[in-house]
Write a protein that binds this ligand. Structure first.
Ligand SMILES: NC(=O)C1=CN([C@@H]2O[C@H](COP(=O)(O)OP(=O)(O)OC[C@H]3O[C@@H](n4cnc5c(N)ncnc54)[C@H](OP(=O)(O)O)[C@@H]3O)[C@@H](O)[C@H]2O)[C@H](O)CC1
Ligand code: K
Length: 456
């Protein structure tokens, strides 16, 4: 798990004020980190072009050219003339060493974008937008310094000091490529401070392995899945839950006929079994149950995983006060939930640009609930702790993937995982299943995901 930060300016200032470091020292390490990456990955004499802006992001880039000049065929291209004191100082140094300056882009092996970083504001001019477009067309390995300028597609982002949350918005996932953190003259552990936002690593996944030798099916929980109009959704959830270790799984519904063709390993009934240890509902629910019937089913303090249709029903407001519930809205459902709860009346687009902020607002109002906000980078939050799972892929963008995720969460709840941990480890399992799927990226189906569970 790695920490995420809204900004790192305060971390830099602490280096200057408390550790007697200077902007020049931090910048030298930033540039050296980029140089080391290039030396590691590209043979000497590779052609490198570094496109720089007017501030310290540009200064990082100019310092980089100084460090590799002589070993690499490196040139500078000023997208904007150096303006900040550090950028001017770095340019003076580069000039003294004779770093060539280009007036236009050329084909190159490595292209480094150091136009803007954390100081970007507003919008790029047409000229800069066109330059970025031209940069994107070059057949080069593309590196973003600290973070990509708007619409620059990086193969790798070399970010300075610590991970910024802005690198993990859904809207930036297309652009950042692989992300590496560069240390700035002290260990990252000492550079970073406390944070309540964390980035989940794949190695953090905990699986419900069976350690007990003397156990029986009842030892591994009993998940009840409320089955709605679209039975397939709850069958996918139930099947995923069974595969993910739950001892018993029962589909709950009224019409006996609808269950005649369900997988034989799944049970069905019209009342919650006595041994139920968690309930999953919402997937494909439709209008199968009245609110009164739903509340009757939910008149327990059992852990709940709530998905899909429930986020459009007022009844959700009664459930939000409970402990041990996991909510798994996708952005459109979350917008509905924010409106129903009176937190905000926004568009999906607004939410997608401010996912962190709205996740925090929701969890602040409902500190007992665990939120899993679906997206390219999943956000999981409970009270004041937040986690980002960046390991999802477009393979999962298919109907039924969310139903499988609900089943994975229900499985861990039924097996005794606390709500936050059930959400975290089910989400990591979900993205790992997709990553391990060897078929074509467009071909992954929910049943493939369920099949893959056995290989975790
Ligand atoms: N710990 C760290 O992260 C460290 C980061 N370093 C590097 O410093 C930059 C941040 O430097 P800063 O000077 O604060 O800001 P930027 O260089 O990112 O951008 C500011 C300059 O960019 C111009 N700008 C801003 N918005 C626009 C825009 N919409 N269009 C055009 N130009 C824009 C702005 O120019 P003005 O003419 O408006 O002044 C600024 O000059 C960080 O990203 C790291 O790369 C340190 O090197 C080490 C520690
Ligand atoms: K940049």
């Amino acid at each position: 798990m790695q920490k995420l930060f809204d900004e790192v300016g305060s971390l830099d200032r602490r280096c200057y004020d408390d550790f007697y470091l200077s902007e020049d020292i931090l910048m030298e390490h930033a540039a050296e980190g980029m140089a080391a990456f290039i030396r590691e990955k590209f043979a000497k004499d590779a052609k490198v072009i570094v496109v720089t802006g007017s501030g310290n992001n540009g200064a990082d880039g100019i310092a980089l050219t100084r460090l590799i000049h002589g070993d690499y065929d490196v040139s500078l291209l000023h997208a904007k003339e150096p303006k900040s004191p550090m950028a001017q100082l770095q340019q003076k140094r580069a000039d003294a060493l004779g770093v060539p300056i280009l007036t236009q882009l050329q084909p190159c092996d490595v292209l480094v974008e150091a136009i803007v970083g954390t100081g970007f504001q507003g919008k790029f001019s047409t000229q800069l937008t066109q330059l970025i477009q031209e940069m994107n067309t070059l057949d080069s390995y593309k590196i973003a310094c600290d973070m990509p300028s708007p619409n620059f597609f990086a193969d790798t982002t070399l970010t300075m000091g610590a991970l910024k949350k802005s690198l993990f918005l859904d809207t930036t996932k297309e652009y950042v490529g692989e992300i590496h953190v560069i240390d700035l003259g002290i260990s990252r552990k000492l550079y970073e401070r406390e944070s309540n936002w964390y980035l989940l690593d794949e190695e953090d996944l905990e699986l419900p392995h069976r350690k007990q030798k003397n156990s029986h099916k009842g030892s591994y929980g009993h998940l009840a899945v409320l089955s709605g109009e679209k039975l397939g959704a709850s069958v996918l959830s139930a099947s995923a839950a069974l595969r993910f270790g739950t001892g018993l799984v029962t589909l709950i519904g009224y019409e006996k006929e609808q269950f005649l063709n369900i997988p034989s390993a799944l049970m069905y009934g019209h009342a919650l079994p006595q041994t139920t240890s968690a309930i999953a509902l919402g997937m494909g629910l439709g209008e199968e149950f009245s609110d009164k019937e739903l509340l009757a089913f939910l008149d327990t303090d059992l852990p709940l995983i709530i998905d899909a249709d429930l986020f459009y029903k007022d009844i959700i407001l009664k459930l939000l006060k409970r402990k041990n519930i996991v909510l798994t809205p996708h952005p459109k459902e979350f917008v509905s939930l924010l409106k129903l709860t009176g937190i905000a009346d926004i568009s999906v687009e607004t939410l997608q640009n401010e996912r962190f902020e709205y996740a925090e607002l929701f969890c602040k109002k409902y500190p007992h609930a665990t939120l899993l906000l679906k997206g390219a980078n999943v956000i999981i939050g409970q009270n004041e702790k937040f986690y980002v799972n960046p390991h999802g892929s477009a393979k999962l963008a298919k109907g039924g993937s969310g139903d499988v995720l609900s089943g994975l969460i229900g499985a861990l709840l039924a097996q005794g995982f606390e709500a936050l941990h059930a959400a975290i480890h089910a989400s990591l399992a979900h993205t790992t299943l997709a990553k391990h799927y060897s078929g074509a990226d467009f071909s992954l189906t929910p049943n493939d995901l369920i099949e893959q569970i056995g290989k975790l």
